[in-house]
Design a protein around this ligand. Structure first.
Ligand SMILES: Nc1ncnc2c1ncn2[C@@H]1O[C@H](COP(=O)(O)OP(=O)(O)O)[C@@H](O)[C@H]1O
Ligand SMILES: C[C@@](O)(CCOP(=O)(O)O)CC(=O)O
Ligand SMILES: [Mg+2]
Length: 400
C-alpha cells in the first residue's frame, strides 16, 4: 500500500479572463487557498476476494463514490493506462464516464459536481487503469466562484495520481514535501489541462498552469512567462455568492464572438493590450510613495477598462455591479475575476489606504450578504505559493 497527498492553489485573474480563451494575453496569480488531495493505492486482491474498487470521497460535501474495478472494465473496456502520455478524453469516453457517474446518484442539489467527478474518473483510469485505490478531496476554495477551484482540483488530483505512477518516482518514505521537477510539473499540468477540458469545455489553460507552477504569470496561447511584482499588491476578493458555471459562460462569449466577429475581435485585442501594459507596470520598479501611488493608479485604471470590456462580453452580473458601486463610494477600483456571471470581484487596496477604511468596506459588503477574503501578501513578491505545493507525505492518513 502506498499513500501520498498533494495540494494545489486557486488563483485570481488580474486581467484577461475570457479574452485569453481567444488568444489574448492574461495575467494571473496563485492564491493561498488550496484543494487538498490524499491518495492511497492498494495492492491487488487475491482473486477469491473479488476485484476491489476505485473510491472518491468529497469530504466537504460528505459524499463518497465507489466503482468496482470490474464495472469500470465492463463499461470502459480493457484499455491500458499510460501516465506519461496525456491524451484528451474522446466524446465517446466522456459519455461512458458520464454514465458511470450517473450510477452514483449524486443528490440533485449537488448535481453540478458531476463534471468534477467525471474529470476524476478520467484522470484516475487514464493514469492507474482500474487498480484499487481511494482519493480523498477537501478544498479551502469556494467552488464555482471564479477562484479556479476546477483547475486546482485537476492539478492536485493529477499530482497525487502521478506521484504513485511509473511516470514520476517519489520516495514515499519521506515526510517532507516532495518538490516536482520542471518536467514533472509539466506532465501534471498537461493532465490537469485534459481534466479542465472535461469541466470547462474549452479552457485556455491559464488556471491549471498558474495552479501548477504557482506565483504570478503572464499567459498567452499556452505560453507562460513568470513575472514578479516589484512591490506588494494588496487585493480584496469579494464573493457575491451568486453561483455560476464557467463552461456556460465561456460558451456564451464564443457565441457572441461568432455573432459579432469584428467587434469582439477588437474587444479581445484591447484586452491583450491591457494585460501587456498591466504586466509591465506590475514589474516596473516603484520605490517611493509617489511612484507606488502612480503605479497603483495605473493598475486601477487598467482594471476598470478590463471590467468595461468584460461587460461588453456579457459576463457581468447585477451582484457584481453592486460590489463595483459599493467600492466606488470609497474610490476603489474593481473588476470581476474568473468567468464572471456572479462569483468573485477583485478590488485593489492601495498601499496608503488605511485599515479603518478597509474594515468599513468589508463591513458594508458583509451587510449586503457578500463575503470578503483579503489577499494580504498573496501578490507580494515574497509569499506567493510556489510549486512546492505538490508533494507527498506518507504519514498523512495517520494524521487525519
Ligand atoms: N473539490 C472539488 N470536488 C469536486 N469537484 C470540484 C471540486 N472543485 C471543483 N470541482 C468541479 O469544478 C466545478 C467548478 O468549476 P468552475 O465552474 O470552473 O468554477 P471555478 O473553477 O471558478 O471554481 C464544480 O462544479 C465541480 O464540478
Ligand atoms: C473565463 C476563463 O478565462 C477563466 C475561468 O476561471 P474560473 O473557472 O471561473 O475560475 C476561462 C479560461 O481561461 O479557461
Ligand atoms: Mg474553473
Amino acid at each position: 500500500m502506498a499513500e501520498v497527498r498533494a495540494r494545489a492553489p486557486g488563483k485570481i485573474i488580474i486581467s484577461g479572463e475570457h479574452a485569453v480563451v481567444h488568444g489574448s494575453t492574461a495575467v494571473a496569480a496563485a492564491i493561498d487557498l488550496y484543494t487538498h488531495v490524499s491518495f492511497r493505492l492498494d495492492p491487488p486482491l487475491p482473486p477469491e476476494n473479488g476485484d476491489g474498487s476505485v473510491e472518491l470521497e468529497l469530504k466537504d460535501m460528505a459524499l463518497v463514490f465507489s466503482w468496482s474495478s470490474s464495472r469500470l472494465k465492463e463499461v470502459l473496456g480493457d484499455g491500458f493506462a499510460d501516465p506519461s502520455t496525456p491524451v484528451s478524453c474522446s466524446p465517446g469516453r466522456i459519455k461512458l464516464i458520464a454514465a458511470l457517474v450517473e450510477e452514483q446518484n449524486i443528490p440533485e442539489a449537488k448535481i453540478w459536481l458531476s463534471s468534477g467527478v467525471s474529470c476524476f474518473l478520467y484522470l484516475y483510469t487514464s493514469i492507474h487503469g482500474y487498480k484499487r485505490g481511494k482519493v480523498v478531496v477537501t478544498s479551502d476554495l469556494p467552488l464555482g466562484s471564479g477562484l479556479g477551484s476546477s483547475a486546482s482540483f485537476c492539478v492536485s488530483v493529477a499530482g497525487a495520481l502521478l506521484a504513485l505512477s511509473d511516470a514520476i518516482s517519489v520516495d514515499t518514505s519521506q515526510t517532507e514535501w516532495f518538490k516536482f521537477s520542471k518536467n514533472e510539473l509539466e506532465l501534471v499540468n498537461r493532465w490537469a489541462f485534459e481534466g479542465e477540458k472535461i469541466i470547462h469545455g474549452k479552457p485556455s489553460g491559464i488556471d491549471n498552469t498558474v495552479s501548477t507552477f504557482g506565483g504570478m504569470i503572464q499567459f498567452r496561447s499556452g505560453e507562460l512567462t513568470h513575472i514578479k511584482s516589484s512591490a506588494p499588491l494588496r487585493m480584496l476578493i469579494t464573493n457575491t455568492k451568486v453561483g455560476r458555471n464557467t463552461k456556460a459562460l465561456v460558451a456564451g462569449v464564443s457565441e457572441r464572438a461568432s455573432r459579432h466577429p469584428d467587434a469582439m475581435a477588437s474587444v479581445f485585442a484591447a484586452v491583450d493590450f491591457i494585460s501587456k501594459e498591466l504586466s509591465a507596470i506590475i514589474q516596473s520598479p516603484a520605490q517611493d510613495d509617489i511612484s507606488i501611488t502612480a503605479r497603483e493608479e495605473k493598475i486601477e485604471e487598467l482594471m476598470e477598462m478590463n471590467q468595461g470590456l468584460l461587460q461588453c462580453m456579457g459576463v457581468s452580473h447585477a451582484a457584481i455591479e453592486t460590489v463595483l458601486r459599493t467600492m466606488l463610494k470609497y474610490k476603489l477600483a474593481s473588476k470581476l475575476t474568473g468567468a464572471g456571471g456572479g462569483g468573485c470581484v477583485l478590488t485593489l487596496l492601495p498601499t496608503l489606504l488605511s485599515c479603518t477604511i478597509v474594515d468599513k468596506v468589508i463591513a458594508e459588503l458583509d451587510s449586503c450578504g457578500f463575503q470578503c477574503l483579503k489577499a494580504e501578501d498573496w501578490l507580494g513578491y515574497h509569499n506567493l505559493p510556489s510549486n512546492k505545493e505538490l508533494g507527498t507525505n506518507h504519514n498523512y492518513f495517520d494524521e487525519l
